[in-house]
Design a protein around this ligand. Structure first.
Ligand code: GRF
Length: 208
């Protein structure tokens, strides 16, 4: 059984999508072993408790990043975590944290990376005037939203879109994409070819 930790800071809808997908059997042989929030009042913490998931609040406020992360890493180790899923976790992880779980940290971002990394990705897409945007699940490395891309979904930008309407349509896709990407990673059905995450079901190209 693969043990997943989900790190949140807010609403937690992707955490709920992952947890419900696991319970529904869409991510085989896995469990949400721990939900960590850096904010005591995160709505997602209530949603996790309603689902009887093990939760842990590690408040960041007033503490140094190193001390805060050390406590989280310790908890992840104590819970024998195999995969860490960032889901609206609003802190950048230090290289030390990333190295401690090398290749085992995923993030979901509400744009088609490498376009619009960082905060307010949907607003960035509207301001730029793109006609298509979407969402991306990627491995976390020590660049901002820049690790190898595991999976993406596209979403059209409509003329009448506001940040709210566009975000809501992207979020719907996020809730499908994240479980799919987690299932792929946990079942080891991929290979890393440079920056490219390729499915191992795809036959090798013949060099043409
Ligand atoms: C999502 O849009 C996700 O892509 C981004 O932060 C938001 C988190 O939403 N990283 P939720 O907390 O999962 O509802």
């Amino acid at each position: 059984m693969k043990r997943i930790a989900i790190l949140i800071s807010g609403r937690g809808s992707n955490m709920v999508a992952l947890s419900d997908s696991i319970r529904g059997g869409a991510i085989p042989n896995a469990e949400v072993a721990l939900v960590v929030s850096d904010k005591a009042d995160a709505r997602g913490i209530d949603a996790a408790r309603e689902r009887e998931l093990t939760t842990l609040v590690v408040e960041r406020r007033g503490r140094k990043r190193e001390e805060h992360e050390t406590e989280i890493i310790k908890a992840l180790r104590e819970h024998s975590i195999d995969l860490v899923c960032l889901a609206g976790y609003m802190r950048l992880l230090s290289p030390h944290f990333i190295a401690a779980f090398a290749g085992k940290i995923l993030n979901i971002h509400p744009s088609l990376l490498p376009s619009f990394p960082g905060l307010d990705a949907q607003q960035q897409a509207l301001a730029h005037g793109v006609k298509w945007t979407g969402c991306t699940v990627h491995f976390v490395d020590d660049t901002l939203d820049g690790g190898p891309i595991i999976a993406q979904r596209i979403v059209p930008v409509l003329d009448q879109d506001s940040v709210e309407t566009l975000s809501a349509r992207i979020l719907e896709q996020e809730h499908q994409l994240y479980p799919e990407a987690v299932a792929l990673v946990l079942q080891n059905k991929f290979a890393l070819n440079g920056r490219r995450v390729v499915g191992t079901a795809v036959p090798a190209t013949s060099g043409q």
